[in-house]
Design a protein around this ligand. Structure first.
Ligand SMILES: Cc1cc2nc3c(=O)[nH]c(=O)nc-3n(C[C@H](O)[C@H](O)[C@H](O)COP(=O)(O)O)c2cc1C
Length: 369
């Protein structure tokens, strides 16, 4: 069978071998708290590449130390981090996947404990730091941030640019700007967290200004060949007071003009405790709306766990590709299994694993050594 999911996708100068992609997944595993990715990250990301993913996106990686969600996050603000990423990227490439990195600043949601180490903000006595945001409005349960001034905002744009440069030096094929899940750039977008009255706040065009500056800077650094994605939360799930799907559609058009190639469509994360209708593929309609109304490529993510479900989303034109998170963690070989489930031929089953392929199954008993 011809599969839409397993049809390659060309973005600028790179081609993803299929449209089943690994969503960014924070591992909070830099035990030295220096932002340098470890063997854990190599095996974690490498196994998805071995498993046949078209694109493997590295986790939310901080563009500056104070932009880390937790002290254990990966970073890309220095050369030691870049060099450690380069080893991981080389392995991903060796397995035939594209390597992407999500560039991030957590803003008022920075300096928090990882799930298994505590809850809430990490105090300075335990390695935490003061956080920044568009306005001095805390996320419920976290320490209050300081509002960024003009110099602070300029430094954020510069840091995204430097992070993009180091990412390219490490060999990444795709750069993603993280503007979702209630982190710094989303905090600027949403009227619930951005109460500024200067040019970085107020109407939509003011609240979107920082994101557009960042994307233009990243595009400048990336040149013409490298795809730039933006992950957005398409809604705060608190409409009309919060950030809405209509806002996202408008800003997606501006993002396209600013040099972005694809909107990676997620939702939520700015405010806790809002009802979210979580169900299989519940964020797919948001991706479809962006794709159809903004004229930019868009991907869907969220509770996509099955080959046929993923195939339907891509084949029906609801999204250009799908990102998958937890199903990849449950089964890093999800694409190899999905190709079998869809009855489609792929030529990237790892040579070392050939005897485990479904095609080789009848020979199993005769072939043990
Ligand atoms: C352990 C874990 C870590 C995550 N880390 C990130 C991250 O670094 N950046 C991001 O944008 N989303 C992150 N997410 C969200 C996922 O990328 C994905 O959007 C979400 O899990 C929904 O997809 P799924 O149902 O396929 O898991 C994370 C989710 C999980 C479960």
């Amino acid at each position: 069978m011809t599969s839409a999911l397993f049809t390659p996708l060309t973005l600028r100068s790179v081609e993803a071998r299929n449209r089943l992609w690994v969503s960014p997944l924070c591992q909070y595993s830099c035990e030295e708290q220096d932002g340098v990715p470890q063997d854990w990250h190599l095996v974690h990301l490498g196994s998805f590449a071995r498993g046949g993913a078209g694109l493997v996106m590295a986790e939310a990686t901080a563009i500056a130390p104070e932009g880390r969600i937790s002290p254990w996050d990966t970073g890309i603000w220095d050369d030691a981090q870049r060099d450690a990423w380069a080893r991981i990227v080389a392995f991903i490439h060796g397995q035939g996947s594209l390597a992407a990195i999500q560039l991030a600043h957590a803003g008022r949601k920075a300096s928090t404990y990882r799930e298994w180490s505590g809850t809430g903000s990490v105090p300075a006595s335990e390695g935490g730091w003061d956080t920044v945001a568009p306005s001095a409005v805390a996320y419920e349960g976290y320490a209050a941030p300081a509002a960024l001034d003009e110099d602070g905002i300029a430094a954020v744009v510069d840091a995204f640019g430097e992070a993009a440069r180091r990412s390219l030096e490490a060999g990444f094929d795709v750069l993603e700007v993280h503007a979702a899940h209630g982190y710094l750039l989303h905090q600027f977008l949403s009227p619930l967290s951005n109460r500024r009255e200067d040019r970085w706040g107020g109407p939509l065009v003011g609240r979107a200004r920082l994101l557009l500056h960042v994307v233009r800077r990243v595009r400048e650094v990336a040149g013409e060949d490298v795809p730039v994605f933006v992950r957005v939360s398409a809604t705060d799930w608190l409409e009309p007071e919060g950030w809405t799907l209509d806002d996202t559609v408008t800003v997606s058009q501006w993002l396209r003009e600013a040099g972005a190639d694809l909107v990676d469509t997620s939702t939520g994360g700015l405010v806790p405790g809002v009802p979210i209708p979580v169900a299989p593929g519940y964020q797919v309609p948001h991706a479809t709306a962006i794709r159809e109304r903004s004229g930019i490529a868009a991907t869907a993510v969220g509770h996509i766990v099955d080959a046929h479900q993923a195939e339907r989303i891509v084949a029906s034109g609801q999204a250009d590709a799908v990102f998958v998170g937890r199903e990849f963690m449950r089964d890093p070989h999800f694409p190899l299994r999905a190709a079998h489930d869809l009855g489609t031929e792929i030529d990237y089953w790892p040579a070392q694993y050939t005897r485990a392929s479904w095609k080789a199954r009848p020979a199993l008993t005769a072939d043990e050594d």
